[in-house]
Write a protein that binds this ligand. Structure first.
Ligand code: CIR
Length: 255
């Protein structure tokens, strides 16, 4: 069983944090519609959907991925790098408590879940404006007893590590080499995004299917040519808030 935690798009989404994007008008109704399609797609792929109570005063609450790192053995509740997002974590911790033992990242550590990529027993962690050395060290201490190795990775030009790279399976990653060095992931096999689709590296792995944004047809075709099953969703309105497809869920594997 795979549970997908999601959280409603807040009416305040237009007040979201932005780092590498200029602020452009966001049609919240359209973002809600796209988020609904995203949830319906996860459900169609076999996920059991569970919504964390809405947080209308947190503009970025829909990007639930940043609030926790969920492993089979433990869930690490983050301390998001953006101060405006720190009040998002309490309700997510409550939702995860029935499923996992919880460990928390504490001040002065900061960590965003979008910076953490799991491949096998390796956790690659982006060193970004959102995740600091203390946060990465706390994560490493929390997961070491469970046999995970944390590998810090330099990221340049994008918000999170997973803006630049995501895992397609346990041996392959998809990355934008402008934002992260493919060598960081050796000996994993590396596929690269179409050069005209810099944000296309962010895909959600659901079983053997990849959920990707429909804005990146060339990269998605490349994935299909490599034998991956790809389903696409519209996500361009959420992308105006600097969010991508992984950001909108936390996947929790069950018994
Ligand atoms: C933020 O800047 O925190 C939000 N506007 C976007 C977060 C996207 N999350 C992610 O990539 N994991």
């Amino acid at each position: 069983m795979l549970i997908a935690l999601t959280r409603a798009v807040s009416p305040t989404l237009a007040d979201c944090e932005l780092t590498h994007l200029d602020r452009t008008p966001i049609d919240v109704a359209r973002a809600i519609e796209q988020h609904g399609q995203y949830e319906a797609t996860l459900s169609a792929l076999g996920c059991t959907m569970q919504r964390v109570p809405a947080a209308p005063d947190n503009p970025d609450a829909v990007f639930i991925e940043d609030t926790a790192v969920v492993l089979d053995e433990v869930a690490v509740i983050t301390r998001p790098g953006a101060e405006s997002r720190r009040t998002e974590v309490a309700a997510v911790a409550d939702a995860l408590a029935p499923f996992r033992a919880l460990v928390r990242i504490l001040e002065p550590g900061t960590l965003d879940g979008g910076d953490v990529m799991l491949v096998g027993r390796m956790l690659y962690v982006g060193r970004t404006l959102r995740s600091n050395d203390d946060g990465v060290a706390q994560l490493a201490r929390a997961v070491a007893p469970h046999g995970y190795t944390v590998v810090p990775v330099e990221v340049h030009g994008c918000l999170h590590l997973k803006s630049a790279v995501t895992a397609l399976d346990d041996t392959t990653v998809l990355c934008n080499p402008q934002w992260v060095s493919p060598e960081s992931f050796a000996p994993l096999r590396t596929l690269t995004v179409d050069p005209n689709e810099p944000s296309a590296a962010n895909v959600v792995r659901v079983g053997s299917t990849l959920l990707a944004a429909d804005a990146y047809p060339h990269t998605n075709a490349l994935l299909e040519a490599q034998g991956y099953a790809v389903v696409t969703v519209p996500a361009d309105e959420l992308a105006k808030a600097e969010g991508a497809v992984t950001c909108c869920s936390l996947l929790v594997s069950g018994p």
